[in-house]
Design a protein around this ligand. Structure first.
Ligand SMILES: *[C@@H]1O[C@H](CO)[C@@H](O)[C@H](O)[C@H]1NC(C)=O
Ligand SMILES: *[C@@H]1O[C@H](CO)[C@@H](O)[C@H](O)[C@H]1NC(C)=O
Length: 617
């Protein structure tokens, strides 16, 4: 069945390349001038821009079939006028169409792929080129040329009064040198330069001058990427932002006009999902928003990726530690353990080095060696009358260790009392669930992202604050409300961080550790059959290459401030730094001091008892 409907033959011959250019008119048989003319025309088309595949629409008899042996290129024959299957045609295909209505391509994906391809239609005698161009423009296929049996060559032109031009096919007339022709083809040739040289291109970049045509767009009014403002000099609403600029710049470049909704106004915003929906319904050409490639199955509705980002959390900067706590945190158990081990080693060394034997060794001497304690705390201690050189060496070691430890603790204590350290940062989802903060998230997103990453149980579900109204979430986030943790893309964080620089102290930090997605490719949603998709994607790359995208990003926050869309209000709540240390701040130290005293008293009491019981014997 499929075989009947679609008779596809691939003629794959070896030595594909370069043969065509070698064919000269002289080599062709004189009797078949018509074939010769067409071959010459195909050669000229190939000089403009190379093609690597031939697709022929229409059934035999057809002039183009006769040319195939000479063309020696991979060929697809579509006799039924449609490819049915989703073919991956290359954009460098040349479509030869036997009659003006032979191409009835219905496969939307194939149509999309064939948009940049060039078409050569063999025009029947009674057909008007105007109608054919019109029919193709309605299908948004713009690279169309026609040749009729008399040898007239027409090429469609979208944005001109007459929608086609007639070109002279003087095959012996000079076209530009091959190299210049091939080089200049991909650049934007406008009509002016075309008429200056006496060489007229058959296929031109139609959209390089759109003569004021409309590009329908809509901003999502989210933060720095696309926002609306009222331009007093034109009296109209305009869009700005690092995504919106891309579109306005493109419109300027191709002499088009950006058209926003008529009823658009400040202060209203549309969920970006609705904008994407409008793009899918062909109501918008290019939307001024960003969509992740993860939300789409393919690139039919997306442009080439414009920017990449991560999607993580912005978390309130942890509070500073209480003064009371400082003493506790500097007595780190590991360091204390090391110090105690050092103390025992020094005690042993001291005991041994006095007489170079173990006669003085006893448990009490090891555990409570008063010389060693005093030495390590940096105090004076009595030296034996004639110390050996070993003993002197050990004392030196003790002095050195005491200097190290006492200065270390002193500097810790002093600097922490001046600038108390922060509480630990949240480094994982577990940390967040165990912290006092709650994650604020929109219901849709909670379903989409959060549940995948978070092991929510009934006991910790209250750690997530679900917001039904997304504008409410945005308002919370923009007012730097520190009760919550917010999911944010790095792009948005960039301007929050910029804003924070005007605060007296930072309020949030962007966590690179707790992420919902570490790498997202973001593209602009495009209408599926946008005919200038290629041109727009090239524009994206150019803007990236020349650093405009980065420049817009860097300036986006300043633009928002300049257009009074955000304020420089300080949302931080800095605590006045205390310039005194109160007794209450030292309670831990006193507790420690008391405990040590108590311990000493107990030791003393035991010693007394010991003396009473054993000393009286
Ligand atoms: C074709 O062009 C050449 C050189 O440009 C010219 O000499 C010749 O007369 C032209 N032929 C026709 C049929 O216009
Ligand atoms: C741009 O478009 C306008 C029509 O809106 C036209 O008058 C003008 O000539 C065009 N500019 C260029 C450079 O072609």
């Amino acid at each position: 069945m499929v075989a009947m409907q679609l008779y596809v033959v691939f003629i794959l011959l070896s030595s594909l390349c370069q043969r065509l250019q070698g064919i000269e008119l002289e080599e062709l048989p004189d009797k078949d001038m018509h074939t010769g003319l067409l071959l010459q025309l195909l050669k000229r088309i190939r000089l403009e821009r190379d093609y690597d595949t031939i697709v022929i629409y229409g059934r035999e008899p057809c002039v183009f079939h006769a040319l195939l042996p000479q063309l020696e290129l991979p060929t697809v024959l579509l006799t039924q006028g449609s490819s049915w299957e989703d073919w991956s045609f290359s954009s460098e295909s040349l479509l030869l169409i036997c009659t003006s209505d032979a191409e009835q391509e219905r496969n939307t994906r194939t149509l999309l792929k064939l948009q940049p391809a060039r078409r050569l239609v063999y025009l029947e005698l009674e057909k008007q080129p105007k109608e054919v161009c019109q029919a193709y423009f309605e299908r948004e296929q713009v690279n169309v040329a026609m040749v009729d049996s008399v040898g007239n060559l027409y090429s469609c032109r979208c944005f001109e009064q007459e929608n086609y031009v007639q070109l002279a096919v003087n095959l012996s007339s000079s076209y530009p040198k091959e190299s210049t022709a091939l080089m200049s083809l991909n650049s934007n040739i406008d009509v002016a330069s075309e008429s200056n040289s006496n060489y007229a291109f058959i296929y031109v970049e139609q959209f390089s001058n759109m003569r004021g045509s409309l590009i329908r767009s809509e901003p999502d009014l989210l933060g720095p990427r696309a926002f609306l403002y009222h331009n007093p000099s034109t009296g109209k609403y305009e869009i700005k932002g690092f995504v919106a600029n891309l579109i306005t710049m493109f419109a300027e470049h191709v002499n088009a006009t950006v058209k926003l909704r008529d009823d658009i106004g400040l202060g209203q915003s549309i969920h970006y999902k609705n904008i994407v929906q409008r793009v899918k319904l062909n109501m918008l050409d290019i939307a001024a928003t960003l969509s992740s490639t993860l939300d789409f199955k393919n690139y039919d509705h997306l442009s080439y990726p414009y920017i990449h980002s991560s999607f993580c959390f912005m978390i309130p900067v942890p509070a500073r530690l209480d003064y009371k706590e400082i003493y506790t945190i500097i007595v780190h158990p590991l360091v204390t353990g090391v110090l105690i081990v050092l103390f025992f080693i020094f005690s042993l060394l001291l005991i041994y080095s006095q007489d170079l034997n173990w006669r003085r060794f006893s448990l009490i001497n090891l555990l409570l060696n008063d010389r060693c304690i005093r030495g390590l705390l940096g105090h004076a201690f009595p030296m034996p009358a004639q110390p050996s050189r070993y003993l002197k060496g050990i004392c030196m070691l003790i002095c050195f260790a005491s200097i190290m430890t006492t200065t270390m603790y002193e500097s810790y204590l002093q600097s922490y009392f001046t600038h108390p350290p922060y509480e630990p940062m949240l480094r994982s989802f577990e940390d967040i669930l165990n912290s006092r903060h709650r994650i604020a998230v929109e219901r849709e997103e909670a379903k989409h992202w959060l549940l995948k990453n978070l092991s929510l149980t009934t006991s910790n579900a209250h750690r997530v604050h679900i917001v039904d109204n997304w504008q409410e979430l945005i308002r919370l986030r923009e007012s730097f409300n520190i009760s919550f943790i917010y999911p944010t893309t790095e792009l948005r964080w960039f301007s929050f961080n910029e804003q924070q620089k005007y605060f007296s102290e930072p309020v949030f930090y962007y966590s690179e550790d707790v992420c919902m997605k570490r790498f997202l490719l973001l593209s602009l949603p495009l209408r599926r059959h946008l005919p200038y998709r290629q041109l727009f994607e090239k524009h994206i790359l150019t803007m990236q290459e020349f650093g405009f995208a980065k420049f817009w990003m860097d300036n986006s926050f300043n633009d928002m401030v300049r257009l009074k869309l955000t304020s420089l209000k300080d949302y931080s709540h800095p605590l006045m730094p205390e310039d005194q240390v109160y007794i209450k701040d030292l309670t831990r130290i006193f507790v420690f001091y008391l405990a040590a005293h108590l311990f000493a008293c107990i030791c003393f009491a035991i010693e007394c008892c010991w003396a009473k019981i054993f000393g009286l014997k």
